[in-house]
Design a protein around this ligand. Structure first.
Ligand code: MEV
Length: 313
């Protein structure tokens, strides 16, 4: 008899390259180890049941539509490993705000795959977890690049190009980040669709923007390898400007970005799909408190701290 099993997965933040990554350009992303989703499996007599109180789910697996993201990841995982869903209760809890660009959906799916794999006593290597979670991401996001499921399944900072295995980021210093939640939901699917419509209407302009974003990503990548925070901050600022030009920022995000810079951040930009969601700011360690205060005064609902350093490479 299997005992209680608990697995988790980190949220994520995109450092540079969102949207352009959907069109084959590179992007950089890191896991947010302090912000996690949890999947707990408890043996119980009866068919597989799922409880996710935060999203109002308390149902037998068989009563959920096949395309429900939680049902889908359970079926996909069971099918992949060749087992039937066990006689168990699956409980989902998450610290990651929903629709905020922090990968809550991919983190929940990843935690479920890990919990089921542990239940079955099988290995779930990151490339397998990532591929299973990608199938569910398609329900949420339509045509995702795969960056969210990849960074979350691998659980380390990555340089990512669509369709290629991720490259671990070689981090040459310690970088201090603040992530500020605007409190406005970021409708990833709609924003990605809107960018596609704009790209279809003016491919030359959008391909040019994506190329300029790719240049920022490459320069930021070099800055991370060299441990050059000032340069990384400058690249983040320029990436934000290009995202504004692309039409995916919003006054609330620009306000947070400006507040972070005024309070001393080395760089700041929207992160994720935009129009809402969160802003990421790069700060010097001793400026973190002031920048966090500035972000809150400018309306941030929550501010989280994270560091990127050699240890997470
Ligand atoms: C969403 O986290 C990032 C986007 O680039 C979409 C994607 O890569 O699938 C906006």
């Amino acid at each position: 008899m299997t005992g209680r099993i608990c697995a988790s997965a980190a949220g994520k933040v995109i450092l540079l390259g969102e949207h352009a990554v959907v069109y084959g350009r590179p992007a950089l992303a890191i896991p947010l180890q302090g912000l996690r989703a949890w999947a707990t499996l408890t043996p119980h007599a009866g068919p597989f049941r799922i409880q996710a109180p935060a999203v109002g789910v308390d149902a037998l697996l068989s009563d959920l539509p096949m395309e429900h993201p939680l049902a889908r990841i359970v079926y996909l995982t069971a099918e992949h490993f060749g087992f039937a869903p066990p006689q168990a209760l699956l409980r989902i809890d998450s610290e990651i705000p929903v629709a905020s660009g922090l990968g809550s959906g991919a983190a929940v799916s990843t935690a479920v795959v890990r919990a089921l794999a542990a239940w079955y006593g099988v290995e779930a290597p990151p490339e397998v977890v990532s591929a299973l979670v990608y199938e569910v991401e398609r329900i949420y996001h339509g045509t995702p690049s795969g960056i969210d499921n990849t960074v979350i399944a691998y659980g380390r900072p990555i340089y990512f190009v669509r369709g290629q295995p991720p490259r671990p980021l070689a981090v040459g210093g310690t970088f201090f980040l603040l992530i500020a939640d605007s409190g406005i939901p970021s409708p990833t699917r709609e924003v990605v669709l809107d960018v596609r419509r704009r790209w279809e209407a003016d491919r030359e302009r959008y391909e040019g923007l994506f190329d300029r974003i790719a240049e920022q990503v490459e320069a930021a990548h070099r800055a991370i390898v060299e441990g050059n925070a000032a340069e990384l901050g400058a690249r983040m600022n320029e990436n934000h400007r290009l995202l504004q030009e692309m039409g995916v920022s919003a006054p609330v995000l620009d306000r947070l970005v400006d507040a972070a810079r005024r309070a001393g951040a080395l760089g700041a930009k929207l992160s994720g799909a935009g129009r809402g969601g969160n802003v990421v700011a790069l700060v010097e360690a001793d400026a973190a408190g002031c920048v966090a205060k500035g972000l809150k005064e400018a309306g941030a609902r929550r501010v989280w701290q994270s560091t990127v350093h050699e240890k997470n490479t």
